[in-house]
Each structure stands twice: as C-alpha cells, then as structure tokens.
Design a protein around this ligand. Structure first.
Ligand code: AMP
Ligand code: TRP
Length: 348
C-alpha cells in the first residue's frame, strides 16, 4: 500500500502565488509522482472562522476553490478530492480529540494570536456584515472559539486518514507539530491508533509579500499578492511595483536583500533552476529588465491554469462531479477510522 498524503485549503478568497508555490503546485507534483495515496480537500469548516457575508458567497468560494484544484492539475482519477463538510467524521473526531487537548497549547498557536488580533481590530472598527451583530468587546473575549480550536479540526482531518505526510506552507508547521503531539498523546493513552504525520515543504515554503518582503504573502494584504487569476497586465504591473532595495545587483541574500531574493525564488520555483544559478545568469542585468523577465515567466507559467480555470467555470457540473466520488471515498475511509477511535475511547 502506498503511503497516504493529505492536505486541505480553506475556501476564503482568491488563491495567490504563495498558496500555489507553497502548496497547490506541490499537491499536483505529489499526485503525479504516483508514489502516494493522495487526498486533497476543501477545508470549508475551517473557513467559517471568518464568516462570509452571505451563504451564496461561501458557496461561490467553495466552487471557485474546487475549480482551482482542477485547473492546477488535480485529477479525481488520481487523487481523492473531497469537501470537508461533506464528511461527517471530521467534526465528530474534532470533538473527541478536543477533550484531550490542553487549552494552553491552543492559546500559544501563532495563527490564533495573529488572527485573533485582526479579528479584534475588525470588531473594534465595527465593520459591515455578520460580525456587526456581535457587539465588540475588548481583547480576545470576542474572538470566535473556532479560531482557538482550529488546530484540533486540522489534526482530525489528518489523523482520520493515517496520513504519513502533509504538504503545506511553513505557516502550518506549528499546527502539524500540534497534530503529532496529539497523536502521540492519544496513542499513549488508548493504545496505538494514529500515525504521526510529517510535513512536506516546497522550495518556497514562505513566499514574501511584494509590497513588504519582510512579511509573508497573505490575502489579508491583497496589494502584496499576485493572484492566480490576475490578468497578465495586472501581474506585470504588480511585479514592476514590487519592493526591492536600493542595490543594483541581482543577488540571492534573503536576509539583507529580501525583495530581490523573493523574486529570485519565484523565478526559481517556475524555472526549476536554483536561485544561485539564476543569480549568475542575471549578473549585470538591471532591476527593470529582471522584473520584466520574472513577470513574463509567471504569466507564461500560469497561462494553462488560467485557461483551465475559465473552462471549469463554464462547466460547473464537471467540477461538482469531480468531488462526488471523492466525498464518498473519504466518508468510507474516515468512517472506519472513526469507529476505531470510538471503540478506543469507549463510545462503542
Ligand atoms: P490557506 O489559504 O491559509 O488555506 O493556505 C493554503 C496553503 O498555502 C497552506 O498550505 C499554506 O501553508 C500555504 N501558504 C499560504 N501562504 C503562503 C506563503 N506566503 N508562502 C508559502 N505557502 C503559503
Ligand atoms: N489550516 C490549513 C491552512 O490554513 C488548511 C487545512 C485544514 C489543512 N486542514 C488541513 C492543511 C489538514 C493540511 C492538512 O492552510
């Protein structure tokens, strides 16, 4: 039996180059390598921690991400593609594992601390939408509980499938470490049940923002993102505007030259050449010319994605169908594992 690999992405807006180079592109490569039993899913339950303005908007985000998966090259014949909320074992396991989780561990998670801060600020500003109904209260008190318990659901997603590896970006490493600790704790308490999963990182585990290369590219700061469905003109414009530094040479030095190094990393990820090799190839080239080359490479590399995405958007029934079989496969497999878990803790 091939080892299982699993990963999920939240449907919460347009995918950016960080998501692609840190995760999605790697999903496709792992699938195509043929050495794994791959599971990829849409983490729609997780995405509810940032409530949508309307139900229609959430449905659109889920559909859009499903189309992104297919456009990037995930194939329901080779991978089990599914939607988290269509597989009830995830939420049930989440409850069981939650009872084994110390509150302190959750409060220490960086993502919780960061998102907690953003949510608190939003509420203080009393922004539009669903959030408005919740009176802003000071500090963490008003942050939704889902943001705190988020890693327990993520651990359930992974442990239910006995996944040995999890391809993710660097920002998810802490959650994966949490998952390993939880698996160990369960195994020690109830007997060997879970596999301790290991991360798989790409060469760009933390792509930086174009307008502030000391911060990671993140949709919470859209001006620093290249989105996968940006038009070629927008991509060119964004790369031209990317913050570099006052130097003139193309050097790979992430610490002292983060902006130019980030562009070198992007070029490296798309060309397969190491940043050091690219540095040599581009010695003597000015920033302007270099940026044009980077933009052209991104545009050409994303062109097949853009075309396929349009195709899938025009053929929504194909997108739906691609996930139907996967939902059933995931339900069957996780259902079996859940029985085992329930037996271990005395619920069956
Ligand atoms: P999310 O949109 O938060 O569900 O992220 C989907 C995947 O993209 C996760 O595996 C993240 O770790 C990865 N990811 C997000 N931002 C970046 C980034 N700036 N660089 C590399 N990977 C990222
Ligand atoms: N937390 C991940 C993110 O924000 C998404 C996710 C949910 C995930 N469940 C997972 C990733 C299980 C890997 C495995 O990107």
């Amino acid at each position: 039996m091939k080892p299982t690999t699993i990963s999920g992405v939240q449907p919460s807006g347009r995918l950016h180059l960080g998501n692609y180079l840190g995760a999605l592109k790697n999903f496709v490569e792992l699938q195509n390598a043929g050495e794994y039993n791959p599971f990829f899913f849409i983490a729609d339950l997780h995405s509810l921690t940032e409530f949508p303005k309307t139900a229609d908007e959430k449905q659109k985000q889920i559909f859009d991400l499903a189309a992104d998966f297919l456009a990037a090259g995930l194939d329901p014949k080779q991978s089990t593609l599914f939607i988290q909320s269509a597989v009830p074992a995830h939420a049930e396991t989440y409850w069981i594992l939650g009872s084994l989780t110390p509150l302190g561990e959750l409060g220490r998670m960086t993502q919780f601390k960061d998102k907690g801060k953003i949510e608190t600020q939003k509420k203080e500003k009393k922004e539009d939408g669903f959030i408005k109904a919740v009176e802003a209260r000071e500090g963490r008190e008003s942050v939704n509980a889902g943001l705190l318990t988020y890693p327990i659901l993520m651990a359930s997603d992974i442990l239910l499938y006995d996944a040995e590896t999890v391809p993710v970006g660097e920002d998810q490493l802490q959650h994966l470490e949490f998952t390993r600790t939880l698996a160990r704790k369960f195994n020690n308490t109830f007997g060997k049940t879970f596999v301790e999963p290991k991360p798989i990182l790409t060469s760009t585990p933390r792509l930086m923002s174009l307008d502030d290369p000391t911060k990671k590219m993140s949709k919470s700061s859209p001006s620093g993102c290249v989105f996968l469905d940006d038009t070629p003109e927008t991509i060119t414009e964004k790369i031209k505007r990317a913050v570099t530094d006052s130097g003139k040479t193309i050097e790979y030095d992430p610490l002292n030259r983060p902006g130019i190094s980030n562009l070198l990393l992007i070029l490296s990820a798309f060309s397969g050449m190491s940043p050091k090799k690219l540095e040599k190839d581009f010695s003597g080239t000015g920033y302007g010319e270099f940026k044009t080359m980077v933009a052209e490479k991104i545009i050409a590399s994303l062109e097949p994605f853009r075309k396929k995405k349009l195709f899938f958007k025009r053929n929504p029934s194909l997108v739906k169908k691609a996930f139907e079989k996967g939902n059933k496969t995931a339900e069957k497999q996780s259902g079996k594992k859940l029985m085992e878990i329930k037996k271990k803790v005395g619920l069956l």
